[in-house]
Ligand binder design. Structure first.
Ligand code: NAD
Length: 334
């Protein structure tokens, strides 16, 4: 029989993509998600009948253990997290609680119930920032700079400690900036689309010179699954794309695709501690699993803009929550 998997954060942006892929690949798929502002079951509507869903907060130990006892998953994909850097700057506590204590609960439950593989979802942000040149490899020392990336580095290290200390079969995945369908419009690409749609000014930090590496979400999900199927316990795998773009280039590309003027761009005071550049060497995952990214930035951004415009009502629903966030971020900038 096909293996049983638990995907934490499966109602989130990447988690839902992974859940769709998991169902398509024949895994018995269970989603665990507390449905924070960032979680939405709408993302799972295509596969709703094929999955089991548990509304559980991973920071609460008892319900986590109950679901593991009941389901005894073969594989855990741990993606549940507080994931937005700006929110972590406003209020770090929830990030530390969810990303560290939540992870500990899942690791302990996996240890107790004999999970065969625990995929611990980390990020390129744990490495800190790069200058104009170079790339992060899996052996680059961690040097996180925001409360978010510190909480993720802690999650990342905790997973590896459980491998070393208890022999728990943990694999760590560090991915670059994802984009694509169903991304909550607090992150750069859908924010720009939503604001441009309403002809509102588009705030860009600093001069928009910061560089990110953009990975299409379906490629990311395929990379995570490849690691679960072919990766080695205790190892770390970077999942990148090589598609580096300055933020300002990303914003202009979206405006051009939407036929909106560049005059909507408004440069605002830089995010405190803003990392200049991230870039991942992902040759290790390719060598081990054969995975490579398939969607280039130009193709991916076009698909993303198209999807968001076709689903603009979903983005609009989130606007009230976003206005509150933007007000707080804006206050900080003054
Ligand atoms: P997201 O914010 O869209 O989704 C997070 C999900 O976790 C939501 O469904 C939310 O409801 C759930 N969640 C939050 N707190 C929870 C709790 N206490 N208990 C149970 N569920 C909880 O995030 P995403 O962009 O899909 O990212 C998924 C993972 O990938 C995260 O671990 C993130 O750090 C990591 N990551 C993201 C990116 C990116 O570019 N988005 C890049 C690298 C790594």
């Amino acid at each position: 029989m096909k293996k049983k998997v638990i995907i934490t954060g499966g109602a989130g942006f990447i988690g839902a993509e992974l859940a769709r892929l998991s169902v398509k690949s024949g895994y018995r798929t269970i989603v665990v998600d507390s449905l924070t502002y960032a979680g939405d079951r709408e993302r799972l509507k295509e596969i709703e009948k094929e999955i089991a869903f548990y509304k559980i907060d991973i920071t609460e130990r008892e319900p986590v253990f109950e679901v593991f006892q009941r389901e005894k998953p073969d594989i855990v994909f741990h993606l549940a997290a507080e994931s937005h850097v700006d929110r972590s700057i406003l209020d770090p506590s929830l990030f530390l609680k969810t990303n560290i204590i939540g992870t500990q609960n899942l690791l302990d439950a996996s240890k107790e119930f004999g999970t065969e593989r625990f995929i611990n979802m980390s990020t390129d942000e744990v490495y800190g920032e790069l200058g104009k040149d170079g790339m992060f490899t899996e052996t680059t020392p961690l040097n996180p700079n925001s409360p978010y990336s510190v909480s993720k580095a802690s999650q990342d290290m905790l997973g590896r400690a459980y491998y070393r200390t208890y022999g728990l079969p943990v694999i760590t995945v560090r991915a670059s900036n994802n984009y694509g369908y169903w991304q909550y419009p607090e992150k750069l690409i859908p924010v720009v689309i939503l604001k441009a749609y309403h002809n509102e000014s588009i705030p860009v930090y600093g001069k928009g010179e910061n560089v990110r590496e953009w990975l299409f979400v379906s490629d990311c999900a395929k990379g995570i699954l490849a690691v679960a199927e072919k990766g080695e316990n205790g190892e770390i795998y970077n999942i990148g794309s090589g598609e580096e773009r300055k933020n300002i280039e990303v914003v202009k590309a979206i405006l051009d695709l939407m036929g909106k003027p560049h005059s909507l761009i408004e440069f605002v005071k830089d995010r405190p501690g803003h990392d200049f550049r991230y870039a991942l060497d992902f040759s290790k995952i390719t060598k081990k699993t054969g995975w490579t990214p398939t969607v280039g930035f130009e193709e991916g951004i076009e698909k993303t803009v198209k999807w968001n415009l076709e689903n603009i009502n979903w983005l609009k629903e989130k606007k009230k929550d976003l206005e509150r966030l933007w007000q707080r971020v804006y206050k900080r900038q003054k």
